[in-house]
Design a protein around this ligand. Structure first.
Ligand code: F6P
Length: 477
């Protein structure tokens, strides 16, 4: 039997993402499960991680800056201030982000931003094309770079190219609010594989192709559109649960974790950890915590403290500046109304914490509140579960609108818009008997062990490199 497609698995891996975890001068590796997993794939195949440097500079000096460590090269380009404004703050974060999170009310539709988005994608594609070899496999990440493959194809690149969408993909009536919707949809047909977090996201995307008249679904997970056939599939992202569990165990000795434990004075801790983003439902969560304190005084008063860790994010975007103010106001309101001279019910922190400190804090928390209004996956939910002690695990309260809810079915699943129901779930979590907590935790931990981040990387890469396709074709001959 002869495979029609050459085996590309020996080629280098090229990862493209807006943020690139360039190691520091001391060579310290990036923390974070995804960065670690991608670097491990890059290390074994050899390759390049390419994207934005995070910095602005003038037009003239925008060629990629290279830093090579072993078999991995990190290649990053500066953008101009105008590029950053139009491509990153503008189209990516004020059009695609709110629309993909079902917030049409927050979307800014600007022709200037759209032009900047496509221009910056072409800019990156031109620089990447010059670095490519024919057998490289290219893996592009997230909504910043949807049109990247189309520009690469225009430049004659014939390599296998895959795309993974880390955030939700909405149903056609919502997605069609995207400026240049037809061009965006068409861009996807330049990929060989398009991956989403969940089946509903992948279904929504297929529906977009069908309803717009651009394409059709063929053979299960394949689509035909704009004259090309490509795979559209769900690849739910995950974590390395064992490694995270170990980190959480070791973090019991972390100074910050010890300080937190001492300051609780025996109270149970409820934890929330999110970037400061309107999609995370932080305001609703604080309201629900307040309702819990008021409606369940026996379970609540003087026996719990909530810690909400919320690093600031995208502060240049007006909606993010607004949500910062609104959350701060809500926190002040709650503590003023319900606190006491010796008890601050809600501790609110805008700092970024190390992964080790977070792992230790998750382990200490009796309840993990992960209640986004919409989220592609939400790895905090998975990390919270992995961090728990098997002897005395905490309870995850999880939004039905997080991708993770499709896998972590033994969490207490809530509708985050329903303040009363979320308050009741917090009360139930606080009072839950040990045996039920252990049953629920064991079930979720087994799910995490079955689908590790390495498993996710391998599955995605197998699809992108065309290995499964080659196997299939081989078996048909
Ligand atoms: O979840 C989507 C995402 O873009 C991630 O890829 C990224 O780490 C995070 O949001 C933070 O966003 P930004 O890079 O805009 O700070």
């Amino acid at each position: 039997p002869v495979s029609l497609k050459p085996d590309r698995s020996n080629g280098r891996l090229i990862v493209v993402s807006n943020r690139v975890p360039v190691p520091t001068a001391s060579g310290a590796p990036a923390a974070g499960g995804l960065a670690v997993a991608l670097q491990s794939a890059l290390r074994s195949k050899g390759g390049i991680w390419f994207g934005w440097s995070g910095k602005a500079s003038q037009e003239a000096d925008r060629e990629p800056q290279l830093r090579t460590l072993g078999s991995i090269s990190f290649a990053v380009c500066d953008l101009t201030r105008r590029d950053i404004e139009e491509y990153y703050h503008g189209f990516a974060n004020q059009a695609l982000w709110p629309i993909c999170h079902y917030r049409l009310d927050l979307a800014r539709l600007s022709e200037r931003d759209a032009a900047g988005y496509f221009r910056v994608n072409e800019f990156f594609a031109r620089r990447l094309a010059k670095m490519l070899r024919p057998d490289d496999v290219i893996w592009i990440h997230d909504y910043h770079f949807i049109p990247m493959a189309a520009f690469l194809r225009q430049l004659g690149v014939q390599n296998r190219i895959g795309y993974f969408h880390h955030i939700p993909w909405p149903s056609p009536d919502t997605a069609s609010a995207m400026p240049h919707y037809d061009r965006i949809l068409r861009s996807f047909s330049s990929y060989d594989v398009v991956g989403f977090q969940t089946e509903p996201d992948a279904d929504n995307f297929r529906d977009c192709l069908i309803e717009s008249g651009a394409g059709r679904a063929v053979d299960g997970n394949w689509c035909e559109a704009y004259g090309r056939k490509f795979q559209v599939d769900a690849f739910p992202i995950s974590i390395d649960a064992e490694a995270f569990a170990l980190e959480a165990r070791l973090a019991e000795r972390n100074t910050l974790v010890k300080r937190m434990r001492a300051s609780l004075e025996g109270r149970a801790m409820i934890i929330g950890v999110d970037r400061l983003d309107y999609s995370k439902g932080i305001k609703h969560r604080i309201e629900a915590f307040g309702a819990f304190l008021e409606r369940y005084p026996e379970a609540a008063k003087a026996r719990v403290t909530m810690l909400q860790i919320t690093p600031k994010s995208r502060s240049e975007v007006p909606e993010y500046a607004n949500i910062q103010n609104e959350v701060a106001e809500e926190v002040g309101h709650l503590n003023g109304k319900l606190g006491d001279i010796d008890w601050t019910p809600l501790r609110y922190i805008n700092k970024t914490m190390s992964q080790s400190a977070l792992a230790g804090l998750y382990r200490m928390a009796r309840v993990g509140l992960v209640t986004p209004l919409r989220d592609g996956m939400n790895l905090v939910a998975k990390e919270y579960v992995a961090a728990q002690s098997p002897d005395d695990p905490g309870v995850l309260v999880l939004s039905q609108f997080a991708g993770a809810a499709r896998e972590l079915k033994s969490a207490l699943i809530v509708n985050p818009y329903d303040i009363g129901a979320t308050a009741a779930a917090i009360a139930r979590a606080i009072e839950m008997p040990l045996e039920e907590r252990q049953d629920r935790w064991r079930d979720m931990m087994a799910t995490l062990r079955d689908n590790s981040i390495d498993h996710w990387t391998a599955n995605c890469l197998q699809a992108i490199s065309g290995e499964s396709e080659a196997d299939l074709e081989g078996s048909l001959h």
